[in-house]
Design a protein around this ligand. Sequence first.
Ligand code: PHE
Length: 503
Amino acid sequence: MSERENWSGRATFIMAAIGSAIGFGNLWRFPFVCAKNGGGAFLIPYFVALISAGIPIMIIEYYLGIRNRASAPFSLGQIKPIFKIVGWLSVMGAFTLNLFYNAIMGWSFVHLFKFTTVTKWAADIKTAEGHFFGEILGVPATQGNPWNFVGIQWPLLIGLLVSWFIIWWIVKGGLDRVGKVLLYTVPLPVIFVIIMVIRGITLPGAATGLNYYLTPEWGKLLEGKVWLAAYGQIFFSLSICLSTLIAYASFMPRDTEIPNSAAITSFCNCAFSFLAGFAVFSVLGFFAVGLNVPITEVAKAGPGLTFVAYPAAMVQLPFGVMFFAFMFYLTLILLGIDSAFSLLEPVVAVIRDKFGWTRFKATTAVSVVSVLLGIPFVTKAGLLWLDIVDHFAINYILVIAGIFECIAIAYFLGADKMIKEVNKNAEFQLGKLFKLCIAFLAPAILIVIVIKSIIEEIQSPYEGYPVSALLVIGLGSFVACLIGAIVLSKIKSAKELEIPDAG
Ligand code: PHE
């Protein structure tokens, strides 16, 4: 069997993990999730989620990958064969998320190509709204019904193809190429966002936006929803539970330092999110004050924030409108690319571990299948599909995989055994707090979240979509992932990776 590839060093590995973590989740999702769920007060559940589940699970994933030098199903299956299913489920989750992550990349490409006419299509909020939802996505034609396909949005399909071509090219080039690309895709967006923050906070009205972003609404801390949003945001943002970090860690030697590597990854990710909030809300504040409307008017949640309100606000800048528009969409693309290939890599890694395919063959096969399955997301109903699949398949897979990873380590492998092994090379020692989190806190909180969410699902159909769509697209995509996971964990392959007992 050929030798497993390696990252060129710990710095590259950590940078890859940071690149994966920092993505649309930070610039697009974090600011509005934070503003909607209590502003400054949201930072409390956010940090509780980070400490009680985010970092501990990241440590588990680094450990699993490094200890077994194998992708998620094999690493988890090493503890007990039944946990292979959890590993495969997380791989299926990565595969599914990437179908529409690249569609969002496609939106960004389309906007980037139109940056010179931004003053036309984002002249004001109404125009920008019509442009994004109407012209680009074509949603109105579906009248909110995911079954009304109506047709493909061709520019989005081209955007999807461009995005897949890029990440196919990067991943097929192996870890060396990935390492080189990361040297650009990680630092550049950070620099760009710092420029946006400086531009933003020096605008009149910025304080109004920042107040909206950060003023604590303490009452919100009593709402279960807010805690759920915090855990969801942490999981998605840190790239845990979707097999990415296990695959990335599997390319590191067995004596790699773990706890501090996880702490660095998490800190960089969360700090970047916090910073991105300043870039977004300062500009929105300037916009709202200029228009003399309440900030809530312009800061409506969801995709609209980045693709509607933000460009409309940018158009009002005193100078450099096109420059900022170009930089903004380029930033989104650079942020998204390393997250998108970090979703492709674990799928490629697992196919290679399972069937012994070459990197080229595995990457090409996964990319071609993904483009085909991604087509619904670039139809006029694409946004609706994206919303439903994200809500049902991705959210639940994240949390379920998290629960079982904790259980596998705490109750089957033994938390003490893991702690002892990790502490041999650790820059800070794991102890009782870590054990408390993975054996009790994290799984207990996550189980409550799952149960509560399922009850809500039954009580009121998500976002008022037709029940048939929720069942077929939502529940259907989850069940498809689960069946895929069970089947893949059962079938045998002659070339399957054998893991020596790591002991
Ligand atoms: N963390 C990425 C983001 O914030 C998304 C992602 C999740 C990427 C899981 C890889 C794995 O956009």
